[in-house]
Design a protein around this ligand. Structure first.
Ligand SMILES: C[S@@+](CC[C@H](N)C(=O)[O-])C[C@H]1O[C@@H](n2cnc3c(N)ncnc32)[C@H](O)[C@@H]1O
Length: 226
């Protein structure tokens, strides 16, 4: 090959690889910084939620349950201050894992924070965390069960951090809609990581999309105000 062409291709390859390596290095740094912040926040709350779960395989009635990973605390802070909940609110985390979200929300003055989780080992951890929580302002309850079977009648805020696929999500949304007939009320639905399943929520004509909550990756939908 012509030496001028060769040096051009080698140079271009170096530039491209440099960009890729630089980008993945930056992403790695971001992920470590976020993990360090999660550990610090866990300590402040007196709980332990960092780390994934050992469980493999999908779970749930529809077999599309995703494994445990906690919503980062930085996004949780933004979400909690955005929600401005009050003493009438019942907050529900569907697929609560180790209970990080309900513990943080339990530091607000609301009626109740509830977590529903299907994996036994995670239910035990979440219950222990709920007991250990420092600065509690509200009752924090952990329920073992499948999200598809939950009775949503009293709930005013539903949070999901991509816990399952569209089949379970569709069933859950149908049950939430039914609960609005039994008990008409204002309700907010929050979904984190909407890239794959946000469209399922967009298809609910009883919900109005509100949009993203800052840069958190959490999106909000709500019913008409009552
Ligand atoms: C991505 S994690 C989110 C954990 C928690 N919401 C948080 O942000 O800290 C999803 C959780 O949903 C649970 N899950 C999956 N399918 C479920 C179902 N059908 N019913 C209840 N929990 C489920 C999983 O076991 C897992 O712990």
């Amino acid at each position: 090959m012509n030496p001028i062409k060769l040096s051009y291709y080698v140079g271009r390859n170096f530039k491209y690889s440099g960009k890729v390596i630089g980008r993945s290095f930056l992403n790695e740094c971001k992920s470590w910084r976020s993990k360090a912040n999660d550990l610090r926040c866990d300590r402040a709350l007196g709980i332990s939620t960092v780390g994934g779960s050992e469980a493999v395989g999908l779970i749930g009635t529809e077999g599309d349950g995703i494994k445990y990973l906690g919503q980062d605390y930085a996004s949780l802070e933004v979400m909690v201050s955005h929600l401005q909940m009050n003493a009438h609110d019942v907050f529900l985390d569907l697929g609560c894992g180790k209970g990080r979200v309900i513990c943080r929300v339990g530091q607000e003055v609301i009626k109740k924070a509830i977590g529903v989780e299907l994996r036994n080992e995670l239910v035990e951890i979440a219950k222990r965390n709920a007991l250990l929580l420092k600065g509690r302002q509200s009752e924090v309850e952990v329920v073992r069960g499948d999200a598809c079977d939950y009775d949503f009648t009293e709930v005013t805020v539903v949070f999901m951090y991509e816990p399952f696929g569209w089949k379970t999500l569709r069933r859950v949304l149908a049950r939430i809609e039914e609960s609005l007939i039994t008990n008409p009320r204002s309700l907010r639905v929050l979904f984190s990581r909407t890239d794959r399943f946000g469209v399922v929520l967009d298809m609910c004509d009883w919900l109005t999309p509100v949009g993203p909550i800052g840069q958190t990756g959490i999106w909000e939908w709500r019913t008409e105000d009552i």
